[in-house]
Design a protein around this ligand. Structure first.
Ligand SMILES: [Zn+2]
Length: 231
């Protein structure tokens, strides 16, 4: 219920919907107005075993399930949400969306025993510039709504000598296939849930799965906030 205090706070510090910019007043309208929230391209009813995202990875790496919270087009307004998370420091939005994803997948994730969440690591330079790894904040949100612990240290990313943008497409693919490493996981870990912000081509995910499989025999599930197909 709204109180006089929250009315005053809204007057002094008005909040605006991240997508349409209209003022938001209700408690439940955290980042988006109700209209924009209900229009989100949620992949709520898609099958985690068979959906456009999992099909992108078929034949490339072995996994149990792959699911994203949103399926959206690259140039749609929803891409703005990911820009907020990546470039404008909206850790609170990353956490909130992570907790939504966790809630959506709670039932499926419960079937996995001995599971840990593993955020896809960020290049060190990017981490320094941004000050946080958005995948880790998303994993924190998932952990909050599922109670699954996070393993932050064992999947690592090596340092790049040459910028990715200076390379050809093939060079970039070969390069991304060798940047991740994962050491031997504790015996109790039977399932790894890889977490990232957005999946597009799946090259990063594919590389992480390979790295995990090198020294481990675990089931792998992939969760992202967004899936966007290249046009
Ligand atoms: Zn709106």
């Amino acid at each position: 219920m709204r109180t006089a205090v929250s009315n005053v706070i809204d007057l002094l510090f008005p909040r605006f919907c991240l997508l349409c910019g209209s003022a938001v007043f209700e408690e439940y309208e955290k980042f988006l107005c109700l209209g924009c929230f209900s229009d989100l391209p949620l992949s709520m009813h898609s099958d985690p075993l068979e959906n456009p995202m999992s099909k992108t990875l078929w034949g490339r790496c072995e996994f149990i399930m792959a699911q994203s919270l949103l399926n959206y087009q690259r140039h749609s307004i929803y891409a703005d949400l990911f820009k907020e998370i990546k470039y404008r420091g909206r850790k609170d939005l990353a956490f909130y969306m992570g907790s939504l994803l966790g809630r959506k997948m709670k039932h499926e994730l419960k079937q996995l025993h001995g599971s840990v969440l593993m955020p896809v690591p960020l290049a060190r330079r990017k981490f320094w510039m941004r000050g946080y790894n958005q995948a880790e904040i998303i994993a924190n949100g998932i952990a909050k709504s599922t109670g699954i612990p996070i393993n932050r240290n064992q999947l690592t990313r090596s340092v790049h000598r040459k910028s990715q943008t200076e390379k050809s497409r093939v060079e970039r693919w070969l390069n991304i296939q060798s940047v991740y490493r994962c050491s031997k996981l504790p015996e109790r870990v039977k399932n790894v849930i890889l977490v990232d912000d957005v999946m597009t081509t799946g090259a990063t995910i594919e590389s992480c799965v390979r790295a995990l499989n090198e020294e481990n025999n675990v089931g792998i599930t992939i969760l992202t906030l967004g899936f966007t197909q290249k046009a």
